[in-house]
Design a binder for this molecule. Structure first.
Ligand code: GLV
Ligand code: GLV
Length: 321
């Protein structure tokens, strides 16, 4: 008999086909039930493939007595009560590395879009306002020679640092642990958090979300930033006080912001939608076909390993099973 796997939402068909060949696959989205109900009906499921938008709480984890693995289709896994899962001996995996370049590219795209006012410029042309070259039309902020402050020098932070350097930016960073090797090799300079906030022309955040860093960017921090600085968040929305950010942008206390994530995703603060100095993307950091396919294959491979009694390859660091 085929083992049962629950996938919360549809993802790439190639991988769904593979899952179906190997397992009895339940796609929650197609059942018309919510996750809890679907798990109640499939208590014999041995694997759960989840999305970052699924809240995998203790209560859900406890429903399936035979659950061996929760494979999160994302690098971030703050949506899972992973401590509880690990305590119960359930493997928890994510999709690191593979999405680093795509996410760093999207970050750079947001930085460029905000600094050169690309979205505003596109709108300007479409509504027929372009009447010829003008000396002061759409003046933006120059990246060359400016300073980018990267919060979190993990894989994505480092990939962004390389891109920023290629644009002539001076790179400083703050990280919980100092990365001497990176400093020696590339000259990216470690600074204190407050120093980074005060000195950077672009501040970009690349750390995982946890309660400890809830609203890391609050009014006090935004107020320390330069008045013509750009704030970028492609990590998790709750790392910032979104309402406060909207107020700062409205009062031109910042040059602008680029967001791919939101505090109450998929809700977006109404005020942000009305502002010209913010570029809004719908959580598409890893959204290239190549990356999303590779991520889906990682979840598939790890489910196959776990359900054949082997250790999955992409266990989250906290999972030492
Ligand atoms: C995207 O936000 C991810 O965590 O993969
Ligand atoms: C996540 O933050 C990563 O570095 O891949």
């Amino acid at each position: 008999m085929k083992k049962k796997v629950v996938l919360t939402k549809n993802y790439l068909e190639e991988v769904i086909e593979r899952l179906k060949r190997e397992f009895e696959l339940i796609v929650v989205e197609d059942t018309g039930k919510n996750l809890h109900e679907a798990l109640e009906e499939n208590q014999d499921a041995e694997a759960l493939i989840s999305f970052l938008s699924d809240n995998i709480a203790k209560e859900s984890i406890d429903i399936c007595k035979n659950l061996k693995i929760i494979a999160n289709y994302a690098v971030g896994y703050n949506n899972i009560d992973y401590k509880h899962a690990i305590e119960k001996g359930i493997y928890v995996t994510n999709t690191p590395d593979i999405l680093t370049a795509a996410t760093a590219d999207l970050t750079m795209a947001l930085i460029l879009s905000v600094s050169r006012r690309i979205v505003e410029a596109d709108e300007f042309v479409r509504r027929g306002s372009f009447k010829g070259w003008q000396a002061k039309l759409m003046l933006g902020k120059e990246l060359n020679g400016s300073t980018i402050g990267i919060i979190g020098m993990g894989r994505i932070g480092l990939a962004l640092a390389f891109r920023a350097k290629a644009f002539g930016m001076n790179v400083i960073y703050y990280s919980r642990t100092r990365k001497q090797e990176i400093e020696r090799k590339y000259g990216f300079k470690f600074v204190r958090f407050i120093e980074l906030i005060r000195e950077s022309d672009v501040v970009s955040i690349h750390i995982p979300y946890s309660n400890d860093v809830h609203h890391l960017f609050n009014k006090d921090v935004f107020d320390l930033m330069k008045k013509d600085a750009i704030f970028i968040n492609v990590s998790r929305g709750a790392l910032m006080d979104e309402k406060c950010l909207a107020q700062e942008l409205e009062k031109n206390e910042l040059f602008g912001a680029g967001l791919d994530v939101y505090e109450f995703e998929p809700e977006v603060t109404e005020k942000l939608k009305k502002l010209k100095n913010v570029v809004l993307a719908p959580h598409i950091g890893s959204a290239t076909y190549k990356t999303r396919l590779a991520m889906a294959m990682m979840t598939y491979n790890d489910v196959v390993l776990a359900l054949s009694g082997k250790k999955p390859k992409y266990l989250i660091p906290e999972c030492k099973l």
